[in-house]
Design a protein around this ligand. Sequence first.
Ligand SMILES: Cc1cc2nc3c(=O)[nH]c(=O)nc-3n(C[C@H](O)[C@H](O)[C@H](O)COP(=O)(O)OP(=O)(O)OC[C@H]3O[C@@H](n4cnc5c(N)ncnc54)[C@H](O)[C@@H]3O)c2cc1C
Length: 404
Amino acid sequence: MNESIVIIGGGASGLMAAIIAARNHGQVTILERNNRIGKKILATGNGRCNFTNAFASSIHYNHPDFVDSVLKQHSAIDTISFFESLGIAHKIEEEGKTYPLSDQASSMVDVLLYEVTRLKIDVRTEAKVVQIKKEKVGFTVILHDGQKIYASKVIVSTGGKAMPSSGSDGSGYALLQSLGHHSTTIFPALTKLTLDCPYLKHLDGVKIPGTVQLLSTNQVVQEESGDILFTSYGISGPPILELSRRANELLLLGTKVEIKVILVTHLTKEEVALRFEQSLDKPIDFSLVGLINKRLISPLLKDSGIANQTAKVSTLSKAQLFTLLSKLFDWRFVVTGSKGFEDAQVTAGGIMMSEVNKDTLESLLVKGLYITGEVLDIDGLCGGYNLQWAWSSGYVAGLHASKG
Ligand SMILES: Cc1cc2nc3c(=O)[nH]c(=O)nc-3n(C[C@H](O)[C@H](O)[C@H](O)COP(=O)(O)OP(=O)(O)OC[C@H]3O[C@@H](n4cnc5c(N)ncnc54)[C@H](O)[C@@H]3O)c2cc1C
């Protein structure tokens, strides 16, 4: 007998699960609370959809053992082939980041929608699920308007809490908790950080290539390089997104968290000290022109306790020059938090992996219940890894749920 499979959530993992289950002769229904499916996919990769990473492996995720089992069944290469077969030509950019050749996230949604229609998958939009009831055989899924839908299998693909405006408002946790599942503490990852810094107004909009370190009680816990962007609230840019998971985790533990910005990366301290010695007649602000971004000069001098920014280098004390020199290689900012789930690309934490079968993604607590994507306690690095997890987990759940 064909399985009647209800998939809750028409995002990346739910759509993959639906297509694979329907290809395996499942009778599939997608229940999506939005008025359309695939809304978040449209926002991915700045509208270009970095849909996988050619080098994706389990080491790019928390819970690598679990992820390994899932990626072995559907790898990044499988994802590229899957989308090629639907019409998406791909290109691989730096560090393995993979995009559709069209550079349009909407083309990803278009081909998924085409396949969903071709397979005659029943898509019900504006269908918010408020409860899943386990019956003696199968499940009753209850919608916000009281409508009840029977299913022999249920796949929960509701996403986490990142970008709630896309529909993933965290309701999946409650649905699964009411069936006995537990969630770890969830927090935003791949997000911008807020800083305690009096100079943010001056720094707002300054973009510099550089290296940043995350420090917890003075110890370096992570280092990243790339374009750093100062904003009116704090700091952003790819290296900051990468640090944000660990930063938020440490803040949750009540630890003091700092960001160290290394402004000068191509010269040694001795070489910069020599520049000062050779510029004794120059104003101190001018002596920094050509070394760092001009808009950083005033806040950096203020933070170094140099009030007269046009004072000649020769008039500054040894202590002032020492502080300035130190800050060029180690400018510290206290992290107060992050921009939250609204601005985050992914949710860290989620339904506990010890409660899910790593070979099938079936719940170990409730037979016939499967869980995919970000609602689980899995998150990956920036660069296509999170969508890869969504596709792979959707594939595995869709395949095993349709097996009978
Ligand atoms: C701005 C942004 C950019 C990103 N860019 C990238 C990128 O380039 N590359 C990358 O790898 N990752 C990226 N990500 C992360 C990636 O998009 C997610 O990890 C992935 O979409 C998660 O897939 P999912 O299926 O678990 O959940 P989602 O895609 O969030 O889908 C969940 C779906 O479930 C629906 N839903 C929720 N609750 C209910 C309910 N109770 N009833 C019915 N429906 C419900 C939601 O409306 C939603 O459509 C980005 C994320 C954001 C926010």
